[in-house]
Every structure is written in C-alpha cells, then in structure tokens.
Write a protein that binds this ligand. Structure first.
Ligand SMILES: *Cc1c(COP(=O)(O)O)cnc(C)c1O
Length: 343
C-alpha cells in the first residue's frame, strides 16, 4: 500500500502534533524581538505578562517546554532531601524521565490519582509522616486537567480542601491543559489556578503554538525561576519569534477548545458502544482526552492505523485518543467508522 498523504491521516495520538496556524506564522514573521537574556524582547515580555494576568499571578516566565516549567517549579519550591506529594501518574512523576530526582534532589510521595484528583486527607497524612521519622513535605503538585485519568478538570472545592490540608506548603499546578479545564468548567483560568502558588501551561498542545510553555507565580518565585531556567540551559535570545505564536495561542485559540471537547465526547460514545466492558463513561469525558482499557490494545492500534487513524498507548493495555485543532469533523467521522469496525 502506498504511504498515505499526511492530509489523509487522522492523528489522534496527541494534541502536541498541532501545527501553527497561518495567523501564528504571520505573527512570527512580524514579531518585534530583542535579547531576552537582557530582558529586552518585547514579544516575550508581552507573552509573560499576558499569561500571568490570565492566570491571576504576579509574573510569568517563558520556557521551551512544559517539562522545563515543571522542573523549574520543583527546583524553586521543593527542597533537596524532602518529599514532593503528587499523583502517581502525573507528568512530573511519570513522564519526565526521572528529571525531578536528578534535577531537584527530591523524592516523590505518590498518591492514587485514578480519578484525576488527590485526596486531601491523604495529603494531610503525608505531611504528618514527618513526626514518624519520614521526610518532610516541601511541595504538593497537582495536574489540571489530569491527563492519565482522561483529562479530568480539578473541582474547585477539592482543590481548596487540598490547599487547606497542606498549610504553609506551596502547591504547583501542572496546568499543561489548564485552558481545557477552564473551557470545560466555565471557570476562569485565574480562579482555576487561584489556590496554586505556581501554575504552568503548554502553548504547544491544543493551543497550537509550535514551541513553549509559560510558568507563573509570585514575582520572587519567578525571579528565582529565571535563574533555574538559565541553569537548565533554557534561557533564549530573540525568542519573540516563537513567543509571538504563543500570544496568538492565548488570545485567539482558547475558546475553540470547546470543539475538541465536543469531538472527544463523540469518540467516547463510539468507544463505549463498541466496548461496553471498557467501563468508559462518555459523560466523564469533559475535555479532549479519551483514555480507556483495551483487551487487545496492539491489535486495536494496528487496525485503526490501517484505516489511517493514529492512536497511542498510554500504558500497557491503555489506549489514548486526543482531539485537537488539526482533526476536524470529517476526521472524527472516519475514526468513528474505524472504531465501529474494530476487532
Ligand atoms: C505535555 C505535558 C507536559 C510537558 O510538556 P512538554 O512541553 O511536552 O515538555 C507536562 N504536563 C502535562 C500534564 C502534559 O500533558
């Protein structure tokens, strides 16, 4: 079979496959730039201010990746030789190649995150262990939306209870998909991230920018974060070229995430119909991620690929479909047909 043209492919592997829009490419071509090492790139400065104001924090820091944003937060807010509380399947724990142990000298105290949230009493319990000769907790990390549970947005009341359960302990929110959470719940990003000390979001996923994430928090924390960014080799120069696409992402790509959520719901309905035993509840799919267990995951991935529909495995036996800007309704229709015919 000849290779399919890329336009023929329905790529549901990840929202990171999105390409920059024509508006982004124009903004990039016309971006005003300077040396960000001197704090003189006006486009980077505008992006950092815009993100900080959207999430209700004092200052922002533009970084090359979401992973670096998380790593900077753990280095600044965590303390070497202490425990950082986080969900066992959160990105910062499971998908950063062990970076936090290597970069920040912390160990994780992991909690069950099957439902996408952390149980506040379990956080209190982790903090109490210090009295029993166990490591002090220096930081709590949450993920909003929580990827591995299928893009679950954090409920505000549970987040408030978590913060109350950890008095005096900073909270970092990995909001790689914070804007998906905001669109799905109707809660503003500033309110959704309000209880967190720091928050980071990816511009390069559903928001379609080619590169980059932003970290925001109190001015003093972000000032230290700037030093950590340099230590990690993440300080850039005329980064306004890529930051310009990030500004377009924040200004004009957020509201359309609702379309991705609507399409993910349709995929979830098809999956639930085809495999009732998967236990997938389409009503629980509120953002752009559909995650479900499969008895024959590799056969399923191969079958869908033979129909030009690319999906991935998140873990052994766990299939993940991700909707995004570059998959339209026609692409979803093709995926639905392929799912209905799946072995
Ligand atoms: C993608 C992702 C990250 C990391 O972003 P990169 O830019 O790929 O490094 C962090 N957290 C979550 C929840 C993510 O989905």
């Amino acid at each position: 079979m000849p290779p399919r043209a890329s336009t023929d492919i329905v790529d549901l592997r990840s929202d990171t496959v999105t390409r920059p829009t024509p508006e982004m490419r124009r903004a990039m071509a016309e971006a005003e730039v300077g040396d960000d090492g001197y704090g003189e790139d006006p486009t980077v400065n505008a992006l950092e201010e815009r993100y900080a104001s959207l999430v209700g924090k004092e200052a922002g820091l533009y970084v090359p990746s979401g992973t670096m944003a998380n790593q900077i937060a753990v280095r600044v807010l965590g303390t070497p030789g202490t425990a950082v509380v986080a969900g066992a399947r959160q990105h910062v724990v499971a998908f950063e190649a062990g970076a936090a142990a290597r970069n920040a000298g912390i160990q994780f105290h992991t909690l069950d995150d099957e439902l996408g949230i952390l149980d506040p009493p379990s956080v209190s319990y982790a903090l109490s262990l210090r009295e029993y000769h166990q490591p002090e907790v220096s930081l709590v990390c949450v993920e909003n939306t929580h990827m591995a549970s299928g893009g679950v947005p954090w409920p505000l009341d549970v987040l408030a209870a978590l913060v109350a359960a950890a008095p005096g302990v900073p909270v970092h929110m990995d909001g790689a998909r914070l804007f998906n959470a905001a669109v799905a719940t109707g809660v503003s990003p500033a309110v959704a991230a309000g209880p967190a000390t720091t928050v980071m979001s990816c511009l390069s996923k559903g928001l379609c920018a080619p590169v980059g994430s932003v970290l925001a928090g109190p001015a003093a924390v972000i000032e230290q974060g700037r030093v950590e960014r340099k230590r990690l080799g993440g300080a850039m120069r005329q980064a306004g070229i890529i930051a310009a696409a990030g500004l377009v992402a924040l200004c004009s790509m957020v509201d359309r995430l609702a379309e991705d959520h609507r399409r993910a719901r349709r995929l979830a309905e098809a999956v639930a119909e085809r495999w009732p035993a998967s236990g997938l509840d389409p009503e629980a799919v509120r953002t752009n991620l559909v995650v479900f267990p499969s008895a024959r995951p590799v056969a399923l991935v191969d079958h869908l690929a033979s129909h030009g529909v690319l999906v991935g495995l998140l873990a052994p036996g766990v299939v993940r479909l991700v909707t995004h800007h570059d998959v339209d309704d026609a692409g979803i229709e093709r995926a639905l047909v392929a799912i209905a015919k799946a072995p």
